[in-house]
Design a protein around this ligand. Sequence first.
Ligand code: HEC
Ligand code: HEC
Length: 328
Amino acid sequence: MKTVRTAAVLAALLAAASPARAEPAAVDLTKWKVPDLESLPPDERGQLVRYGRDLVVETYKHIGPEVADASKRFAGNNLACQSCHREGGTVPFSMSYVGVTSVFPQYRAREDAISTTEDRVNGCMERSMAGRTLPLDSREMKAFVAYMEFLSQGVPRDAKINGSGVKMVKMPDRMANVGRGAEVYKEQCVACHGDNGQGVRNGKAGDALGYQFPPLWGLDSYNQGAGMYRLAMATRFVLHNMPQGTTHEAPMLSLDDAYDVAAFINDQPRPAKANMEADFPNRLKKPADMPFPPYADGFSQAQHKYGPLGPIAAQLKKMQDEAAAKKP
Ligand code: HEC
Ligand code: HEC
């Protein structure tokens, strides 16, 4: 089943990559009008898309660890997808969902394989949501994908998208200072995210109402396999999205503060993820900020976790170039 699907996807990708194809279209999410959900009729598809939106906004209420129906407890924590994918996944440089279904399936280095939108949703289910995968034929999975398809309407296949993922910025050329990060946390984050990173609940534990301000560490947070557990990823997210109210155009923190506070947050306890050595099986494609061995680059685990990342990235680039030169 899996192989058949992968083969079909591969064929589609090869076709898409054929030289006859024109340059990919460019889309700028910072100037994009996100389609309005209210414009959808209340038919079957409209309902599925709306359920997808609800799942993103109030994940904890539908598939969280506290929902009454135990068979629906897919997420392991009470975050919402939009705890990170802000405002229903519509904000540029906050891992926006706009365009996702136009660029997936795509090659992903973490798996060293072609991933579908469904695979990617399940990646966040197992890591950011510290839970388990949704079955492909579940109404929930179909709703997530339908919602992302709805948001992606008008974005051409394989478009080059400005505003997806997190905004790139070069990391400081030094080891992160966790002690300074703790100070930044006290000044800039504690009011919402709490003394112990526990956040502020909407209701009380057990009522499946999630958080007003999500936790940043502890048992109800993302696990160590999550993208947010990586130094550069977390720095870029925090710089352009936090404290709440920040936009990517006008960061409130300095880059150095974002870097140190990101290291501080990820120095705190959180759920583990098994089998981390399996990520990025092609070690030359393993990002500099992956905090789990094995590595091909010879740098310590501590440097991958706390930086400086520049020398690691330079070494990886050198090794990639050497490997490419050896190929016939
Ligand atoms: C703790 C933060 C966090 C939460 C919660 C979270 N994600 Fe993510 N998600 C990320 C990060 C970070 C990335 C980018 C990771 C990367 O590129 O490796 C990402 C990437 C994605 C992508 C791919 C986007 C792209 O442009 O390639 C999809 C789809 C996705 N997440 C879906 C979900 C869904 C669905 C949920 C809820 C069930 C969810 N995520 C919850 C942090 C989070
Ligand atoms: C005014 C309240 C507020 C402040 C201050 C604030 N945050 Fe947040 N934070 C939020 C909210 C609300 C979310 C959920 C996303 C959203 O709706 O913007 C969030 C989400 C996050 C997330 C992703 C979700 C998660 O649970 O992991 C991280 C990481 C984060 N904040 C880090 C920080 C850092 C670091 C600071 C300090 C520099 C900070 N925040 C300051 C309100 C705040």
